[in-house]
Design a protein around this ligand. Structure first.
Ligand code: NAD
Ligand code: UGA
Length: 462
């Protein structure tokens, strides 16, 4: 009999991951639970108005919801009935006490583990899906398997680490065709059995999902650290290319040319060399900070400083954008209108967590700029994020043309595919002159914009 799966946490990771697990394992029941009633209601919405936007997600949910995929707020019931429990709750940066601003806040994880222990009747496999500091599995094992029943007869819990590498905007593709699946398990008979079970889930029914050679198994600590390391390496590449972008602007080199030629070296590779407004998203900053904290905790201060540099470079990138605007717009921004094109942290998502556009908008609001924000998917989140900016003059406009009307400048913050296709002559006509476009994603045709009369700024080129 195939064993039931539950996932605790119905967010960006729990929802898409479980939808694809259910699709590829039609013989297993998969239930996703969350304490957030609104979120679960949205996952169950009759019109499929799901709580997150991901290309291809609605189609998968339509295929499996109500068949072998269920969303529920009845956490205890689902945990009792499940044999395999994924935990995909949030692990934000801790904002208080020891490690504040760096360490992971593990309170949600620990509360979840304690609740599982309280409710569970039979043996269970517990799978870390959230990104966690190295050795969290050991702490979870200690909590779950503590002998408060005298050590005899209670259920046994086996903790595995199975970090997720999907990126937002391409989540369904990444899940369907992952570069690799990583499973870390203990070197014990129970551990090996649990790893085998999880491998069979990723292979899918009739071995139709992930080929065995892509399923990599390691010890638990390597799996936990690999997730932080992979995100840190990706973030480091973005900060490195952005550090070079400033130098390109100063010297007349072109960062896109430099990146193209660097990336043609197979040892370097072409991915993650796109200069821009800096990385956003819920994980890069949090995970690099977590790595910094781990290094510090083990006395590796030089390594901690090295990784901290990745964050500092990223913060600097957004400050630099506003400084260049300031300089280009005659050293005064007060009462000028600036249209922000794109608020999502990257294209094809409505997610705005740690978005560079948020930082830029706040810096512009400090300068008393009149701001119009447009974005095809992220306006609801933008409004929530900026709710505290009470005195600032900010309008949210779904129509990019309306956002740009009578603006002094357009700042492209997200590389949505529709932006290069806009009628830029029409935009130019409706703006105040001199009209400026600051393309922080280098996604527009600068020569064509200049021909229309725009002044232009890019990242990493003159
Ligand atoms: P999220 O905030 O979108 O979702 C987490 C969900 O967990 C929320 O809906 C919250 O209500 C729920 N939750 C919290 N405590 C709970 C509890 N005690 N019981 C039940 N539900 C609870 O976060 P996310 O983006 O899905 O990230 C979750 C984890 O996955 C993080 O550790 C993150 O680093 C990792 N991760 C995320 C991504 C991504 O693309 N977002 C990719 C890889 C890894
Ligand atoms: C990232 C990783 O790519 C995933 O493997 C990982 O699972 C995930 O974090 C996570 O742990 O949450 P994500 O943040 O969704 O995924 O998106 P990315 O495509 O990595 O982009 C992150 C940020 O870097 C975006 O703001 C993007 O615009 C920026 N970026 C990316 C660049 O500025 N230049 C690039 O060349 C690539």
């Amino acid at each position: 009999m195939n064993r039931n799966i539950v996932c605790i946490g119905a967010g960006y990771i729990g929802g898409p991951t479980m939808a694809v697990i259910a699709k590829m394992n039609p013989d297993r029941k998969v239930t996703v639970v969350d304490i957030n009633k609104t979120r679960i209601a949205a996952w169950n919405s009759k019109t499929f108005a799901l709580p997150i936007y991901e290309p291809g997600l609605v189609e998968v949910v339509k295929e499996v919801r109500g068949k072998n995929l269920f969303f529920s707020t009845e956490i205890d019931k689902a945990v009792r009935e499940a044999d395999i429990i994924f935990v995909g709750v949030n692990t934000p940066t801790k904002m208080f006490g020891k490690g504040a601003g760096r360490a992971s806040d593990l309170q949600y994880w620990e509360a979840t583990a304690r609740n599982i222990k309280k409710i569970a009747k039979g043996d269970k496999i517990i799978i870390e899906k959230s990104t966690l500091p190295v050795r969290t599995a050991a702490a979870m094992d200690a909590i779950l398997n503590s002998p408060d029943d005298g050590g005899k007869g209670g259920p046994r819990f086996t903790v595995l680490s199975n970090p997720e590498f999907l990126a937002e905007g391409t989540a369904i593709r990444d899940l369907m065709e992952p570069d690799r699946v990583l499973i870390g398990g203990p070197e014990t008979p129970d551990g090996r059995d649990a790893v085998r079970e999880l491998v069979s889930i990723y292979q899918g029914k009739d071995l139709k999902w992930v080929p065995s050679y892509k399923i990599l198994t390691t010890n638990v600590w390597s799996a936990e650290l690999t997730k932080l390391a992979a995100n840190a390496m990706l973030a480091q590449r973005v900060s490195s290319v952005n550090a070079l972008a400033g130098l390109c602007e100063a010297t007349g080199a072109d960062i896109d040319e430099v990146a193209r030629v660097m990336g043609a070296d197979r040892r370097i590779g072409s991915k993650f060399l796109k200069a821009g407004p800096g990385f956003g998203g819920s994980c890069f900053k949090k995970d690099v900070l977590n790595l910094v904290y781990l290094c510090e905790s083990f006395g590796l201060h030089t390594a901690a400083d090295y990784w901290m540099g990745v964050i500092k470079m990223n913060d600097h990138q957004q400050e630099r954008i506003v400084s260049r605007l300031f300089k280009e717009m005659f050293n005064t921004l007060a009462n000028k209108k600036i249209a922000i094109f794109g608020f999502a942290f990257k294209a094809d998502t409505g997610d705005t967590r740690e978005t560079p556009a948020g930082t830029v908008v706040r810096l512009l609001a400090d300068e008393h700029v009149r701001i119009a924000i447009t974005d095809p998917k992220a306006l609801p989140n933008a409004k929530l994020d900026l709710v505290d900016l009470k005195g600032a003059e900010i309008v949210y406009e779904a129509d990019a043309y309306k956002a740009a009307k009578e603006a002094d400048a357009i700042v492209v913050m997200t590389d949505w595919a529709e932006y290069p296709k806009l009628d830029w002559a029409k935009l130019y006509k409706s703006m105040r002159k001199p009209a400026l476009v600051y393309d922080t994603r280098n996604c527009l045709d600068t020569a064509a914009l200049r021909k229309l009369g725009f002044k232009t700024l890019n990242i990493g080129k003159r």
